[in-house]
Design a protein around this ligand. Structure first.
Ligand code: ADP
Ligand code: MG
Length: 364
C-alpha cells in the first residue's frame, strides 16, 4: 500500500552482554526520505544501522522492508547498503575496482560492471581518477569512492554512518549539499547518522534524536528546534537559555512563571499545555534580544514583554551574527545572538555595557 513505510523498525532490542545498546526502538522510514539519526557518541546509532544492514541481528523485535521481515535476508542480498564511518576502502584496489567490488561479488556480467562503474564515477564526479589507489586520493575523494561503491548496486536504502566526520568544515558543507542533491536526483531513501546537529538540520527531512538506545523525539528540523519534547533535547539541539521556575498563575493562554534567576516570566501556553508546577522556561539565544533601553515599538510593548537587566560580559563576532553573554543582576548568565543586518557598528554592544535582554511570551 502507498501509505506503508518503506522501512519499519518494530520494537528492536540489541544487547551486548548485559548492556542494552538499542532499547525497544520503533521507527518508520518513508520511501524517498532523507532521515538523520542524531545523538551523542555511544547512544547506539551505529548499532541500529548495522542491524538494518544485516551485520548485527536484533535480540528482539523486527525490521520490515516493504512490509516483509528482512531477518532471513543476508547482508549482501539486502537492498540496503551501508557506507562506513572510515569508508573501509580496499587499499590495494583502484578506485574502479573498489566501486566494482560488490558488483563482482553479486555476479554481474563484466560489460555491465564496466558500464555501472562509469556511471557511478560520473555520478560522484571522480572522472580521471579511476586508476588511483585510495592513498593517492584526498579525504574528499576517498569519501566519494566510498559513496560510489555503496550506491553501485542501486540499493533502495543507503545507510551513511558519519560520512562527513573526517572532512574539514568547508568540504563538509559542500558535500552535504551534494548528498542532498544526489538523494533528490536518485529519489532514494537515505539514513544518515551524525552527532552534529547542524548537519542533521541541514540535510534531513526528519531527524530522530537518540539517547541511551532510545528515540527521544522524531520530528522535522524546525519542530525539533522550536518544540523540543524534553529539556534534554532542548539543550542537545542548539543553544538555549533555561530558567527553572514554578507556575504562579495562568489565564487566557498566558502562564506566569516565577523563576529564581529571571524573576517573573510570562510565557504563551505551549501547544501541549503545561501540566506540571515545576517547569523550565526555555528561550533560544536568537529570541533573546538586547536593547539599550528596552524595546521601543509600542506594538511590542502591548505584549507582556519579559525584561531582564544585566551587563554584557562577552561579545563574539561571527560575521553574519554576533553572540553576547549577559550577566543578569541576579547573577545568572544569558546568551543572546543577533543578526548583523544593520550598518557597521550600529546596534553593537560591548563588554561592560548595561543592557536589557528581552523576549515576548511567544519567544519562550
Ligand atoms: P554510536 O554509533 O551512537 O556512537 P554504537 O552503536 O557504536 O554508538 O555503540 C553503542 C554502545 O554499544 C556503546 O556503548 C558501545 O560501546 C557498545 N557496543 C557497540 N558495539 C559493541 C560490541 N560489538 N560489543 C560490545 N559493545 C558494543
Ligand atoms: Mg557510531
Amino acid at each position: 500500500a502507498a501509505d506503508l513505510p518503506l522501512l519499519r523498525i518494530d520494537a528492536v532490542v540489541k544487547k551486548f552482554g548485559a548492556f542494552c545498546a538499542v532499547d525497544r526502538l520503533s521507527l518508520d522510514i518513508r520511501a524517498g526520505e532523507f532521515f538523520a539519526l542524531l545523538g551523542p557518541s555511544g547512544c547506539g546509532k551505529t548499532t541500529l544501522l548495522r542491524m538494518l544492514a544485516g551485520f548485527e541481528t536484533p535480540d528482539e523485535g523486527r525490521i520490515l522492508l516493504d512490509g516483509r521481515d528482512i531477518a532471513p535476508v543476508s547482508p549482501h542480498r539486502r537492498p540496503v547498503n551501508m557506507m562506513f564511518q572510515n569508508y573501509a576502502l580496499f587499499p590495494h584496489l583502484t578506485v574502479r575496482d573498489n566501486i566494482a567490488f560488490g558488483l563482482r561479488r553479486a555476479g554481474m556480467p563484466r560489460p555491465q560492471i564496466a558500464a555501472r562503474v562509469a556511471e557511478m564515477v560520473a555520478l560522484v564526479k571522480l572522472e580521471g581518477l579511476e586508476k588511483r589507489k585510495p592513498d593517492q586520493l584526498s579525504g574528499g575523494q576517498r569519501q566519494r569512492v566510498a559513496l560510489a561503491r555503496s550506491l553501485a548496486r542501486r540499493p533502495q536504502v543507503l545507510l551513511l554512518d558519519e560520512p562527513l566526520a573526517a572532512l574539514d568544515k568547508k568540504l563538509r558543507e559542500s558535500t552535504q549539499a551534494e548528498l542532498m542533491e544526489l538523494q533528490r536526483r536518485l529519489g532514494m531513501t537515505f539514513i544518515i547518522v551524525t552527532h552534529d546537529q547542524e548537519e542533521a538540520m541541514t540535510v534531513a527531512d526528519r531527524i530522530g534524536v537518540m539517547d541511551n538506545g532510545r528515540l527521544e523525539q522524531v520530528a522535522a528540523p524546525r519542530e525539533l528546534y522550536e518544540a523540543p519534547s524534553s529539556r534534554w533535547i532542548a539543550e542537545f539541539v542548539g543553544d538555549i537559555n533555561l530558567f527553572d521556575g514554578q507556575v504562579a498563575s495562568r489565564e487566557a493562554g498566558r502562564v506566569t512563571i516565577s523563576t529564581k534567576d529571571a524573576g517573573t516570566i510570562v510565557v504563551a501556553e505551549p501547544r501541549q499545555p503545561i501540566t506540571k508546577t515545576i517547569v523550565a522556561v526555555a528561550i533560544r539565544p536568537e529570541k533573546m534580544k538586547l536593547s539599550r533601553r528596552g524595546p521601543v515599538a509600542d506594538a511590542l510593548s502591548a505584549h507582556a514583554i519579559n525584561r531582564l537587566e544585566g551587563v554584557v560580559t562577552d561579545v563574539g563576532y561571527l560575521g553574519g551574527l554576533t553572540t553576547y553573554k549577559v550577566k543578569l543582576d541576579s547573577g545568572a548568565m544569558v546568551r543572546s545572538s543577533m543578526a548583523n543586518t544593520a550598518r557597521l557598528d550600529i546596534d553593537a554592544y560591548s563588554a561592560g555595557q548595561r543592557v536589557v535582554a528581552w523576549f515576548t511570551p511567544d519567544d519562550c
